[in-house]
Design a protein around this ligand. Sequence first.
Ligand code: NAD
Length: 480
Amino acid sequence: MEKIANYIGGELLAPMGGDYLDNIEPATGKVYSLIPRSGSADVELAVKAAQKAFPAWSALSNAERSKHLMAVSNRISEKLDELAMAESKDNGKPLKLAQSVDIPRARDNFAFFATAILHQEDEFHNMGEKGFNYTLRQPLGTVACISPWNLPLYLFTWKIAPALASGNCVVAKPSEVTPFTAYLLSQICMEVGFPAGVLNIVHGLGAETGQAMVEHDLVKAISFTGGTVTGARIAALAAPRFKKMSLELGGKNPNIVFDDCDFDRAVKTSVRAAFANQGQICLCGSRIFVQSGIYEKFKEAFVQRVKGLKVGPPQESDSRMGAVVSKAHMEKILSYIQLAKEEGGTILHGGKQVKLAAPYDGGYYLEPTVIEGLSFDCRVNQEEVFGPLVTLTPFETEEEVLMMANSTEYGLACTVFTQDLNKAHRVAKEIHSGIVWINDWLVRDLRTPFGGMKNSGVGREGGFEALKFFTEAKNVCFNF
Ligand code: NAD
Protein backbone atom coordinates (compact mmCIF):
# COMPACT_ATOMS: atom_id res chain seq x y z
CA MET A 1 0.00 0.00 0.00
CA GLU A 2 1.30 3.44 -0.89
CA LYS A 3 2.84 5.37 1.98
CA ILE A 4 2.52 9.14 1.87
CA ALA A 5 5.72 10.90 2.98
CA ASN A 6 6.46 14.15 4.72
CA TYR A 7 8.30 16.79 2.67
CA ILE A 8 10.99 18.37 4.81
CA GLY A 9 14.14 20.22 3.74
CA GLY A 10 13.47 19.29 0.12
CA GLU A 11 13.29 15.53 0.83
CA LEU A 12 10.49 13.00 1.16
CA LEU A 13 10.79 11.52 4.67
CA ALA A 14 9.01 8.89 6.72
CA PRO A 15 7.65 10.06 10.09
CA MET A 16 10.34 9.74 12.76
CA GLY A 17 8.16 7.64 15.04
CA GLY A 18 7.33 5.24 12.17
CA ASP A 19 3.55 5.46 12.80
CA TYR A 20 0.94 5.70 10.06
CA LEU A 21 -2.80 6.39 9.83
CA ASP A 22 -5.23 4.83 7.36
CA ASN A 23 -6.29 6.92 4.40
CA ILE A 24 -9.79 5.92 3.33
CA GLU A 25 -11.41 6.40 -0.07
CA PRO A 26 -14.91 7.81 0.68
CA ALA A 27 -16.34 6.35 -2.55
CA THR A 28 -15.68 2.77 -1.38
CA GLY A 29 -14.99 3.04 2.36
CA LYS A 30 -11.70 1.18 1.81
CA VAL A 31 -8.19 2.08 2.99
CA TYR A 32 -6.04 2.89 -0.03
CA SER A 33 -2.93 4.58 1.36
CA LEU A 34 -1.15 5.37 4.61
CA ILE A 35 -0.59 8.80 6.16
CA PRO A 36 2.41 9.68 8.35
CA ARG A 37 1.33 10.20 11.93
CA SER A 38 3.96 12.85 12.58
CA GLY A 39 4.85 14.13 16.00
CA SER A 40 6.59 17.16 17.45
CA ALA A 41 10.02 15.80 16.40
CA ASP A 42 8.94 15.90 12.73
CA VAL A 43 7.59 19.43 13.19
CA GLU A 44 10.88 20.43 14.84
CA LEU A 45 12.79 19.12 11.82
CA ALA A 46 10.50 21.03 9.47
CA VAL A 47 10.86 24.28 11.43
CA LYS A 48 14.67 23.87 11.42
CA ALA A 49 14.62 23.35 7.65
CA ALA A 50 12.44 26.45 7.22
CA GLN A 51 14.68 28.57 9.44
CA LYS A 52 17.73 27.46 7.49
CA ALA A 53 16.13 28.32 4.15
CA PHE A 54 14.73 31.68 5.26
CA PRO A 55 17.78 34.00 4.80
CA ALA A 56 18.28 33.04 1.15
CA TRP A 57 14.57 32.88 0.26
CA SER A 58 13.69 36.21 1.85
CA ALA A 59 16.70 37.85 0.19
CA LEU A 60 15.50 36.94 -3.32
CA SER A 61 13.95 39.71 -5.36
CA ASN A 62 10.20 39.53 -5.92
CA ALA A 63 10.85 38.68 -9.55
CA GLU A 64 13.03 35.71 -8.57
CA ARG A 65 10.50 34.40 -6.04
CA SER A 66 7.78 34.88 -8.62
CA LYS A 67 9.64 32.60 -11.07
CA HIS A 68 9.81 29.79 -8.50
CA LEU A 69 6.08 30.08 -7.74
CA MET A 70 5.16 30.20 -11.43
CA ALA A 71 7.12 26.99 -11.98
CA VAL A 72 4.91 25.27 -9.40
CA SER A 73 1.77 26.75 -10.96
CA ASN A 74 2.78 25.57 -14.43
CA ARG A 75 3.54 22.07 -13.21
CA ILE A 76 0.13 21.89 -11.48
CA SER A 77 -1.36 22.82 -14.84
CA GLU A 78 0.53 20.05 -16.63
CA LYS A 79 -0.59 17.51 -14.04
CA LEU A 80 -4.18 18.77 -13.78
CA ASP A 81 -5.84 15.46 -14.66
CA GLU A 82 -3.66 13.40 -12.33
CA LEU A 83 -4.24 15.82 -9.46
CA ALA A 84 -7.99 15.99 -10.11
CA MET A 85 -8.25 12.21 -10.06
CA ALA A 86 -6.29 12.07 -6.81
CA GLU A 87 -8.48 14.77 -5.23
CA SER A 88 -11.68 13.02 -6.26
CA LYS A 89 -10.44 9.69 -4.89
CA ASP A 90 -9.23 11.18 -1.61
CA ASN A 91 -12.25 13.39 -0.92
CA GLY A 92 -15.20 11.69 -2.68
CA LYS A 93 -16.00 14.77 -4.77
CA PRO A 94 -17.09 14.43 -8.41
CA LEU A 95 -14.06 14.20 -10.69
CA LYS A 96 -15.60 16.90 -12.89
CA LEU A 97 -15.65 19.32 -9.95
CA ALA A 98 -12.00 18.62 -9.12
CA GLN A 99 -11.12 19.14 -12.81
CA SER A 100 -13.07 22.36 -13.18
CA VAL A 101 -12.72 23.98 -9.76
CA ASP A 102 -10.26 22.50 -7.25
CA ILE A 103 -7.13 21.98 -9.31
CA PRO A 104 -7.48 24.99 -11.63
CA ARG A 105 -7.87 27.10 -8.50
CA ALA A 106 -4.71 25.58 -6.93
CA ARG A 107 -2.84 26.48 -10.13
CA ASP A 108 -4.31 29.98 -10.06
CA ASN A 109 -3.47 30.53 -6.39
CA PHE A 110 0.23 30.13 -7.17
CA ALA A 111 0.03 32.21 -10.35
CA PHE A 112 -2.04 34.94 -8.68
CA PHE A 113 0.38 35.55 -5.79
CA ALA A 114 3.44 35.00 -7.99
CA THR A 115 2.31 37.92 -10.14
CA ALA A 116 0.74 40.01 -7.35
CA ILE A 117 4.18 40.64 -5.84
CA LEU A 118 5.30 42.09 -9.17
CA HIS A 119 2.58 44.74 -8.98
CA GLN A 120 2.67 45.64 -5.32
CA GLU A 121 3.08 49.31 -4.50
CA ASP A 122 4.82 50.48 -1.36
CA GLU A 123 3.10 52.83 1.06
CA PHE A 124 4.37 56.37 1.44
CA HIS A 125 3.02 59.12 3.71
CA ASN A 126 4.19 62.61 2.93
CA MET A 127 4.49 65.16 5.78
CA GLY A 128 5.40 68.07 3.48
CA GLU A 129 8.20 70.23 4.84
CA LYS A 130 8.53 68.04 7.92
CA GLY A 131 9.63 65.00 5.95
CA PHE A 132 8.05 61.70 4.94
CA ASN A 133 7.34 58.12 5.97
CA TYR A 134 7.55 54.91 4.02
CA THR A 135 6.47 51.43 5.06
CA LEU A 136 8.75 48.44 4.83
CA ARG A 137 6.83 45.15 4.63
CA GLN A 138 9.13 42.40 5.78
CA PRO A 139 8.49 38.65 5.89
CA LEU A 140 7.81 37.14 9.30
CA GLY A 141 10.16 34.12 9.10
CA THR A 142 8.63 30.66 9.53
CA VAL A 143 4.84 30.51 9.36
CA ALA A 144 2.32 27.66 9.68
CA CYS A 145 -0.52 26.94 7.25
CA ILE A 146 -3.19 24.46 8.37
CA SER A 147 -6.08 23.51 6.10
CA PRO A 148 -9.30 21.41 6.08
CA TRP A 149 -10.58 18.50 3.97
CA ASN A 150 -13.38 20.02 1.89
CA LEU A 151 -11.33 21.78 -0.81
CA PRO A 152 -7.98 20.15 -0.06
CA LEU A 153 -5.40 21.45 -2.55
CA TYR A 154 -7.46 24.58 -3.30
CA LEU A 155 -7.34 25.84 0.31
CA PHE A 156 -3.88 24.48 1.09
CA THR A 157 -2.35 26.50 -1.77
CA TRP A 158 -4.54 29.55 -0.99
CA LYS A 159 -2.49 29.90 2.20
CA ILE A 160 0.90 28.63 1.12
CA ALA A 161 1.20 30.77 -2.02
CA PRO A 162 0.88 34.23 -0.37
CA ALA A 163 3.07 33.12 2.56
CA LEU A 164 5.86 32.10 0.18
CA ALA A 165 5.36 35.02 -2.20
CA SER A 166 5.93 37.48 0.62
CA GLY A 167 9.23 35.85 1.50
CA ASN A 168 8.35 33.52 4.36
CA CYS A 169 9.25 29.87 4.76
CA VAL A 170 6.35 27.57 5.51
CA VAL A 171 5.54 24.52 7.59
CA ALA A 172 2.17 23.27 6.39
CA LYS A 173 -0.28 20.58 7.36
CA PRO A 174 -3.13 19.41 5.14
CA SER A 175 -6.12 17.68 6.71
CA GLU A 176 -5.36 14.10 7.75
CA VAL A 177 -8.68 13.22 6.07
CA THR A 178 -7.49 14.35 2.60
CA PRO A 179 -3.66 14.44 2.51
CA PHE A 180 -2.97 13.05 -0.95
CA THR A 181 -2.78 16.09 -3.22
CA ALA A 182 -0.55 17.88 -0.69
CA TYR A 183 1.78 14.89 -1.04
CA LEU A 184 1.64 15.26 -4.84
CA LEU A 185 2.44 18.96 -4.38
CA SER A 186 5.66 17.95 -2.57
CA GLN A 187 6.61 15.86 -5.59
CA ILE A 188 5.85 18.81 -7.87
CA CYS A 189 8.15 21.04 -5.80
CA MET A 190 10.93 18.51 -6.20
CA GLU A 191 10.30 18.17 -9.94
CA VAL A 192 10.57 21.92 -10.54
CA GLY A 193 13.57 22.37 -8.25
CA PHE A 194 11.77 24.49 -5.67
CA PRO A 195 14.43 25.56 -3.13
CA ALA A 196 14.81 23.04 -0.30
CA GLY A 197 13.30 23.93 3.09
CA VAL A 198 11.24 26.86 1.83
CA LEU A 199 8.05 24.78 1.88
CA ASN A 200 7.76 21.87 4.32
CA ILE A 201 4.68 19.64 4.46
CA VAL A 202 4.14 17.58 7.59
CA HIS A 203 1.23 15.13 7.74
CA GLY A 204 -0.63 13.99 10.82
CA LEU A 205 -3.41 14.59 13.29
CA GLY A 206 -4.57 18.06 14.26
CA ALA A 207 -4.11 17.62 18.00
CA GLU A 208 -0.58 16.24 17.46
CA THR A 209 1.12 17.61 14.33
CA GLY A 210 -1.06 20.72 13.98
CA GLN A 211 -0.81 21.66 17.62
CA ALA A 212 2.98 21.20 17.61
CA MET A 213 3.14 23.77 14.79
CA VAL A 214 0.90 26.23 16.64
CA GLU A 215 2.92 25.89 19.85
CA HIS A 216 6.37 26.14 18.27
CA ASP A 217 8.14 29.33 19.39
CA LEU A 218 9.78 29.94 16.02
CA VAL A 219 6.47 29.82 14.13
CA LYS A 220 5.51 33.47 13.87
CA ALA A 221 2.05 33.27 12.31
CA ILE A 222 -0.73 30.75 11.84
CA SER A 223 -3.05 30.76 8.89
CA PHE A 224 -5.84 28.33 9.69
CA THR A 225 -8.98 27.22 7.89
CA GLY A 226 -11.30 24.75 9.58
CA GLY A 227 -14.00 24.40 12.18
CA THR A 228 -14.90 27.11 14.71
CA VAL A 229 -14.14 24.89 17.73
CA THR A 230 -10.67 24.12 16.38
CA GLY A 231 -10.16 27.82 15.63
CA ALA A 232 -10.93 28.68 19.26
CA ARG A 233 -8.43 26.05 20.45
CA ILE A 234 -5.72 27.42 18.15
CA ALA A 235 -6.44 31.00 19.22
CA ALA A 236 -6.17 30.00 22.89
CA LEU A 237 -2.74 28.46 22.26
CA ALA A 238 -1.40 31.15 19.95
CA ALA A 239 -2.66 34.34 21.61
CA PRO A 240 -0.45 34.17 24.76
CA ARG A 241 2.53 33.56 22.45
CA PHE A 242 1.62 36.77 20.51
CA LYS A 243 1.51 35.05 17.13
CA LYS A 244 -0.28 36.57 14.18
CA MET A 245 -3.42 34.61 13.35
CA SER A 246 -5.77 34.40 10.42
CA LEU A 247 -8.76 32.16 11.20
CA GLU A 248 -11.24 31.12 8.50
CA LEU A 249 -13.95 29.14 10.27
CA GLY A 250 -17.42 27.67 9.90
CA GLY A 251 -20.56 29.09 8.37
CA LYS A 252 -24.35 28.72 8.24
CA ASN A 253 -25.05 30.87 5.25
CA PRO A 254 -28.41 32.39 4.36
CA ASN A 255 -29.69 32.36 0.80
CA ILE A 256 -32.41 35.02 0.48
CA VAL A 257 -34.88 34.88 -2.39
CA PHE A 258 -37.17 37.89 -2.83
CA ASP A 259 -40.46 37.87 -4.78
CA ASP A 260 -38.96 40.11 -7.46
CA CYS A 261 -36.01 37.83 -8.32
CA ASP A 262 -35.14 36.33 -11.68
CA PHE A 263 -36.93 33.11 -10.75
CA ASP A 264 -35.13 30.55 -12.90
CA ARG A 265 -31.76 31.95 -12.02
CA ALA A 266 -32.62 31.92 -8.30
CA VAL A 267 -33.72 28.28 -8.40
CA LYS A 268 -30.79 27.07 -10.44
CA THR A 269 -28.18 28.95 -8.41
CA SER A 270 -29.73 28.02 -5.06
CA VAL A 271 -29.54 24.31 -5.94
CA ARG A 272 -25.88 24.68 -6.84
CA ALA A 273 -25.17 26.72 -3.71
CA ALA A 274 -26.88 24.06 -1.60
CA PHE A 275 -25.37 20.86 -2.98
CA ALA A 276 -22.05 21.61 -4.71
CA ASN A 277 -19.34 19.33 -3.27
CA GLN A 278 -22.12 17.48 -1.38
CA GLY A 279 -22.87 20.69 0.53
CA GLN A 280 -19.36 20.63 1.97
CA ILE A 281 -18.22 24.13 1.07
CA CYS A 282 -18.01 26.69 3.85
CA LEU A 283 -19.88 29.10 1.53
CA CYS A 284 -22.81 26.80 0.75
CA GLY A 285 -26.22 28.40 1.27
CA SER A 286 -27.87 25.97 3.66
CA ARG A 287 -30.68 28.20 4.96
CA ILE A 288 -32.91 29.22 2.07
CA PHE A 289 -35.37 32.01 2.90
CA VAL A 290 -38.06 32.57 0.26
CA GLN A 291 -40.54 35.46 0.23
CA SER A 292 -44.12 34.25 0.72
CA GLY A 293 -45.44 35.42 -2.69
CA ILE A 294 -43.28 32.84 -4.52
CA TYR A 295 -42.65 30.32 -1.72
CA GLU A 296 -44.83 27.48 -3.06
CA LYS A 297 -43.70 27.98 -6.66
CA PHE A 298 -40.03 28.12 -5.61
CA LYS A 299 -40.37 25.04 -3.41
CA GLU A 300 -41.83 23.01 -6.25
CA ALA A 301 -39.21 24.10 -8.79
CA PHE A 302 -36.35 23.67 -6.29
CA VAL A 303 -37.36 20.13 -5.28
CA GLN A 304 -37.93 19.21 -8.92
CA ARG A 305 -34.40 20.27 -9.78
CA VAL A 306 -32.89 18.52 -6.74
CA LYS A 307 -34.55 15.27 -7.88
CA GLY A 308 -32.36 15.47 -10.98
CA LEU A 309 -29.09 15.50 -9.01
CA LYS A 310 -27.65 12.04 -9.50
CA VAL A 311 -25.71 10.67 -6.53
CA GLY A 312 -23.10 8.25 -7.81
CA PRO A 313 -19.47 7.16 -7.96
CA PRO A 314 -17.36 10.35 -8.07
CA GLN A 315 -15.47 9.35 -11.19
CA GLU A 316 -18.58 8.65 -13.31
CA SER A 317 -19.28 11.56 -15.60
CA ASP A 318 -23.03 11.81 -14.90
CA SER A 319 -22.64 11.88 -11.08
CA ARG A 320 -23.64 15.32 -9.83
CA MET A 321 -22.93 14.39 -6.22
CA GLY A 322 -20.26 11.99 -4.98
CA ALA A 323 -19.58 10.65 -1.49
CA VAL A 324 -19.35 12.73 1.68
CA VAL A 325 -15.87 12.74 3.13
CA SER A 326 -16.01 10.10 5.89
CA LYS A 327 -18.21 7.67 7.79
CA ALA A 328 -18.13 9.88 10.88
CA HIS A 329 -19.19 12.89 8.83
CA MET A 330 -22.00 10.92 7.14
CA GLU A 331 -23.27 9.87 10.55
CA LYS A 332 -23.16 13.45 11.79
CA ILE A 333 -25.27 14.61 8.82
CA LEU A 334 -27.76 11.74 9.32
CA SER A 335 -28.06 12.72 13.00
CA TYR A 336 -29.06 16.26 11.92
CA ILE A 337 -31.70 14.82 9.56
CA GLN A 338 -33.09 12.88 12.53
CA LEU A 339 -32.95 16.04 14.65
CA ALA A 340 -34.83 17.97 11.96
CA LYS A 341 -37.67 15.42 12.21
CA GLU A 342 -37.69 15.77 16.00
CA GLU A 343 -37.76 19.56 15.66
CA GLY A 344 -40.92 19.34 13.56
CA GLY A 345 -39.45 19.52 10.04
CA THR A 346 -41.00 17.89 6.98
CA ILE A 347 -38.62 16.20 4.54
CA LEU A 348 -39.56 17.30 1.03
CA HIS A 349 -36.84 15.26 -0.61
CA GLY A 350 -34.03 12.90 0.44
CA GLY A 351 -33.19 12.20 4.06
CA LYS A 352 -31.52 8.82 3.58
CA GLN A 353 -28.24 7.13 2.82
CA VAL A 354 -27.80 5.97 -0.79
CA LYS A 355 -26.61 2.39 -1.24
CA LEU A 356 -24.67 1.83 -4.45
CA ALA A 357 -23.62 -1.50 -5.98
CA ALA A 358 -20.15 -3.01 -5.39
CA PRO A 359 -17.40 -1.82 -5.31
CA TYR A 360 -19.10 1.33 -3.98
CA ASP A 361 -21.34 -0.45 -1.45
CA GLY A 362 -19.13 0.63 1.47
CA GLY A 363 -19.07 4.29 0.35
CA TYR A 364 -20.59 7.27 2.12
CA TYR A 365 -23.41 8.47 -0.11
CA LEU A 366 -26.32 10.64 0.97
CA GLU A 367 -29.41 11.89 -0.81
CA PRO A 368 -29.62 15.65 -1.29
CA THR A 369 -32.06 16.58 1.46
CA VAL A 370 -34.59 19.42 1.51
CA ILE A 371 -36.53 20.19 4.69
CA GLU A 372 -39.28 22.71 5.45
CA GLY A 373 -41.36 23.61 8.49
CA LEU A 374 -38.52 24.35 10.91
CA SER A 375 -38.32 27.49 13.02
CA PHE A 376 -35.44 29.80 12.12
CA ASP A 377 -33.95 29.41 15.60
CA CYS A 378 -34.02 25.61 15.97
CA ARG A 379 -30.70 23.75 16.18
CA VAL A 380 -30.80 22.51 12.57
CA ASN A 381 -31.12 26.14 11.42
CA GLN A 382 -28.45 27.44 13.78
CA GLU A 383 -25.66 24.82 13.77
CA GLU A 384 -23.29 24.07 10.91
CA VAL A 385 -24.10 20.69 9.33
CA PHE A 386 -21.71 20.95 6.37
CA GLY A 387 -23.47 18.41 4.20
CA PRO A 388 -26.23 18.00 1.58
CA LEU A 389 -29.01 19.29 3.83
CA VAL A 390 -30.90 22.55 3.33
CA THR A 391 -33.97 24.09 4.89
CA LEU A 392 -36.65 26.22 3.20
CA THR A 393 -38.23 28.98 5.30
CA PRO A 394 -40.85 31.50 4.12
CA PHE A 395 -40.68 35.18 5.05
CA GLU A 396 -42.87 38.25 4.61
CA THR A 397 -40.67 41.37 4.89
CA GLU A 398 -37.09 42.48 4.40
CA GLU A 399 -36.88 43.29 8.10
CA GLU A 400 -38.03 39.81 9.08
CA VAL A 401 -35.61 38.01 6.78
CA LEU A 402 -32.67 40.11 7.99
CA MET A 403 -33.53 39.20 11.57
CA MET A 404 -33.65 35.46 10.73
CA ALA A 405 -30.58 35.55 8.48
CA ASN A 406 -28.53 37.35 11.14
CA SER A 407 -29.68 35.12 14.00
CA THR A 408 -26.83 32.56 13.96
CA GLU A 409 -23.42 32.78 15.60
CA TYR A 410 -21.85 32.65 12.13
CA GLY A 411 -21.23 35.36 9.54
CA LEU A 412 -19.36 34.02 6.54
CA ALA A 413 -21.37 34.42 3.33
CA CYS A 414 -24.82 35.36 2.06
CA THR A 415 -26.62 35.25 -1.29
CA VAL A 416 -29.45 37.60 -2.21
CA PHE A 417 -31.78 37.22 -5.19
CA THR A 418 -33.63 40.38 -6.19
CA GLN A 419 -33.86 42.64 -9.22
CA ASP A 420 -34.31 45.74 -7.03
CA LEU A 421 -30.92 47.46 -6.86
CA ASN A 422 -31.75 49.51 -3.79
CA LYS A 423 -32.96 46.50 -1.89
CA ALA A 424 -29.83 44.55 -2.85
CA HIS A 425 -27.60 47.30 -1.48
CA ARG A 426 -29.67 47.69 1.71
CA VAL A 427 -29.56 43.98 2.48
CA ALA A 428 -25.85 43.73 1.65
CA LYS A 429 -25.19 46.53 4.15
CA GLU A 430 -27.29 45.06 6.95
CA ILE A 431 -26.32 41.41 6.65
CA HIS A 432 -23.76 40.08 9.14
CA SER A 433 -21.33 38.37 6.79
CA GLY A 434 -17.94 38.94 5.26
CA ILE A 435 -19.07 38.07 1.72
CA VAL A 436 -22.33 38.90 -0.09
CA TRP A 437 -23.32 37.70 -3.55
CA ILE A 438 -26.18 39.38 -5.39
CA ASN A 439 -27.92 37.09 -7.89
CA ASP A 440 -25.04 34.61 -7.96
CA TRP A 441 -22.92 32.34 -5.83
CA LEU A 442 -19.23 31.44 -5.51
CA VAL A 443 -18.04 33.97 -8.04
CA ARG A 444 -14.51 34.63 -6.90
CA ASP A 445 -12.09 37.41 -7.77
CA LEU A 446 -8.87 36.55 -5.97
CA ARG A 447 -8.12 40.23 -5.32
CA THR A 448 -11.12 40.67 -3.01
CA PRO A 449 -11.04 40.34 0.79
CA PHE A 450 -12.23 36.89 1.86
CA GLY A 451 -13.33 35.91 5.36
CA GLY A 452 -16.03 35.93 7.96
CA MET A 453 -17.33 37.91 10.90
CA LYS A 454 -18.66 36.69 14.27
CA ASN A 455 -17.72 33.01 14.84
CA SER A 456 -16.82 32.56 11.17
CA GLY A 457 -13.36 33.95 11.72
CA VAL A 458 -10.83 36.64 12.35
CA GLY A 459 -8.95 38.45 9.59
CA ARG A 460 -9.24 38.39 5.82
CA GLU A 461 -7.47 36.40 3.13
CA GLY A 462 -7.21 37.25 -0.56
CA GLY A 463 -5.25 39.74 -2.61
CA PHE A 464 -3.05 42.20 -0.79
CA GLU A 465 -4.83 41.38 2.50
CA ALA A 466 -3.06 38.01 2.47
CA LEU A 467 0.29 39.50 1.53
CA LYS A 468 -0.08 42.03 4.35
CA PHE A 469 -0.96 39.30 6.84
CA PHE A 470 2.25 37.44 6.06
CA THR A 471 4.45 40.52 6.56
CA GLU A 472 5.39 42.83 9.39
CA ALA A 473 4.85 46.50 8.58
CA LYS A 474 7.68 48.79 9.65
CA ASN A 475 7.27 52.55 9.34
CA VAL A 476 10.41 54.51 8.53
CA CYS A 477 10.11 58.24 9.25
CA PHE A 478 12.52 60.78 7.71
CA ASN A 479 12.72 64.23 9.16
CA PHE A 480 14.48 66.71 6.87
P1 NAD B 1 -11.10 20.91 11.51
O1 NAD B 1 -11.16 22.13 12.32
O2 NAD B 1 -11.48 19.61 12.14
O3 NAD B 1 -9.64 20.68 10.90
C1 NAD B 1 -8.99 21.64 10.10
C2 NAD B 1 -7.49 21.44 10.19
O4 NAD B 1 -7.06 21.74 11.51
C3 NAD B 1 -7.04 20.01 9.92
O5 NAD B 1 -5.82 20.03 9.20
C4 NAD B 1 -6.83 19.46 11.32
O6 NAD B 1 -5.92 18.39 11.37
C5 NAD B 1 -6.28 20.69 12.04
N1 NAD B 1 -6.41 20.68 13.51
C6 NAD B 1 -7.36 20.08 14.26
N2 NAD B 1 -7.13 20.30 15.57
C7 NAD B 1 -6.03 21.07 15.65
C8 NAD B 1 -5.28 21.64 16.74
N3 NAD B 1 -5.64 21.45 18.01
N4 NAD B 1 -4.20 22.39 16.45
C9 NAD B 1 -3.83 22.60 15.17
N5 NAD B 1 -4.49 22.07 14.11
C10 NAD B 1 -5.57 21.32 14.34
O7 NAD B 1 -12.02 21.20 10.23
P2 NAD B 1 -12.42 20.21 9.08
O8 NAD B 1 -13.44 19.25 9.61
O9 NAD B 1 -11.20 19.68 8.40
O10 NAD B 1 -13.12 21.21 8.04
C11 NAD B 1 -14.46 21.57 8.08
C12 NAD B 1 -14.64 22.95 8.68
O11 NAD B 1 -13.86 23.91 7.97
C13 NAD B 1 -16.06 23.46 8.59
O12 NAD B 1 -16.41 24.06 9.80
C14 NAD B 1 -16.01 24.51 7.49
O13 NAD B 1 -16.99 25.51 7.56
C15 NAD B 1 -14.64 25.07 7.70
N6 NAD B 1 -14.17 25.76 6.51
C16 NAD B 1 -14.09 27.12 6.53
C17 NAD B 1 -13.66 27.81 5.40
C18 NAD B 1 -13.55 29.31 5.38
O14 NAD B 1 -12.94 29.84 4.47
N7 NAD B 1 -14.08 30.03 6.35
C19 NAD B 1 -13.32 27.09 4.25
C20 NAD B 1 -13.44 25.72 4.26
C21 NAD B 1 -13.85 25.05 5.40
